[in-house]
Design a protein around this ligand. Structure first.
Ligand SMILES: *Cc1c(COP(=O)(O)O)cnc(C)c1O
Length: 385
């Protein structure tokens, strides 16, 4: 038997055929396929504009730039995230304010944020909520705070394609300025590498598009000087090459077609884990069923009050049986790079508890029910022995 990973892409013939078609076409880099991908994404999410780029990390970086984040500004994000959620702001020269999580849903704690906002003199320019596992942050409360303290909201929705906050799709940007999704192979659907920034704000959209392509514009209406010839272009800002290729976009398009199948498979795997594991010494997240979500990850925590056994022992036990689990995440403040900010470890009680006890079990569309049974049985045996 091969290893069972914690997540994995699901590629089929139609995906392969679509990519081959583009390899034979006129465009390899950003072209008609990329534009088509953007239209399909914005239609699906119910948002005005989509700018696809070569990763969610690039999308986060561009979004911070487009929102005007600069040296000596502050920004806030969850301390329990992938490092890119913080790196994007640091890359703009801004200072990170990391927030402890709520142990109900593992997302940034709104109460902690609210207290922080009262305390700190220099208010953050941007707050970056992360919808961990795809489960949405309390966006209505966040939006209220943003009106009082005048910060922008940039959603790191890398896990949350297909998720809702109450009745609104994440990515409709009802509560935010920009939302970002990832198309990395472990995420909800993939373009190989890739990501997107979506917004309802036309001027942000224009900026994102220009920054993605070196800060260059080719459209007449943006020119400072008069066009000299048909090849004329101008560089307006300091940008980057974060373009997505048409090869990647073609994979993304055929994957997006199958999103509802992926979504249903994840929900049924989640329900089976819930049913089978509920009597074991775990602490389950307290997700509100009103928020339908992508189930990108299946996370629970060992309950140290109910068992002597540790999360690390469980991970090792499963690994010996070829089951790969993971931890999402090590708190950002513990990363060697972030030590220089001298964050106070005591401020992150919940993140630290999570990091000690949380485990992400395998969940992905083509995880067979036989394999899931094998995983569940192994976990039950671990607690019996
Ligand atoms: C995967 C991920 C990213 C980065 O996505 P890439 O497309 O790999 O750059 C950023 N934030 C979170 C929360 C992620 O899980």
């Amino acid at each position: 038997m091969n290893f069972i990973p914690y997540s994995r892409q699901n590629i089929s013939k139609d995906d392969i055929n679509n990519v081959i078609k583009i390899l034979k076409s006129d465009y390899l880099t950003s072209g008609p396929e990329t534009e088509k991908f953007e239209k399909l994404i914005s239609n699906y999410l119910g948002v005005k504009y989509a700018v696809v780029v070569n990763s969610a990390t690039s999308a986060l970086h561009l979004s911070c730039l487009a929102l005007g984040l600069k040296k000596n500004d502050y920004f806030c994000t969850s301390n329990n995230s992938f490092v890119a959620s913080a790196n994007c702001g640091v890359l703009c020269g801004a200072k990170p304010v990391l927030l402890d999580i709520d142990l109900q849903d593992f997302n940034l704690c709104i109460r902690t944020l609210s207290e922080k906002l009262k305390q700190i003199k220099k208010k953050p320019k941007i707050v970056i909520p992360v919808h961990l596992a795809g489960y949405p942050c309390k966006m209505d409360k966040l939006k209220k705070l943003s009106k009082i303290y005048k910060f922008k909201i940039l959603e790191d929705a890398s896990h949350a394609f297909g998720s809702f906050f109450k009745k609104n799709k994440i990515g409709s940007c009802k509560y935010s300025d920009i939302a970002v999704f990832s198309f990395h192979p472990v995420k909800i659907f993939t373009s190989g590498e890739g990501g997107v920034a979506v917004t309802n704000d036309y001027s942000l959209y224009e900026k994102l598009k220009i920054l993605r392509n070196h800060g260059i514009t080719k459209s007449k209406k943006n020119f400072i000087y008069k066009a000299k010839n048909f090849a004329y272009y101008e560089q307006l800002f300091l940008g980057l090459n974060y373009r997505l290729s048409d090869i990647h976009a073609s994979l993304g398009i055929s994957q997006l077609n199958k999103i509802n199948i992926f979504y249903k498979k994840r929900i049924s795997l989640k329900k089976e884990y819930d049913r089978q594991l509920r009597d074991l010494p775990f602490i389950f997240p307290k997700y509100n069923i009103k928020n339908k979500f992508s189930n990108h990850l299946y996370i629970l925590m060992i309950n140290p009050k109910k068992t002597q056994k540790t999360r690390n022992q469980l991970m090792n036990y499963l690994r010996k049986r070829k089951i790969i689990t993971s931890i999402h995440y090590m708190p950002i403040h513990k990363q060697p790079y972030y030590r220089k900010y001298k964050f106070n470890n005591k401020m992150f009680k919940n993140c630290n508890f999570f990091y000690e006890n949380a485990i992400s079990l395998p969940i992905y569309p083509n995880l067979s029910s036989a394999k899931q049974k094998y995983i569940i049985l192994a976990i039950k045996k671990f607690f019996k022995k």
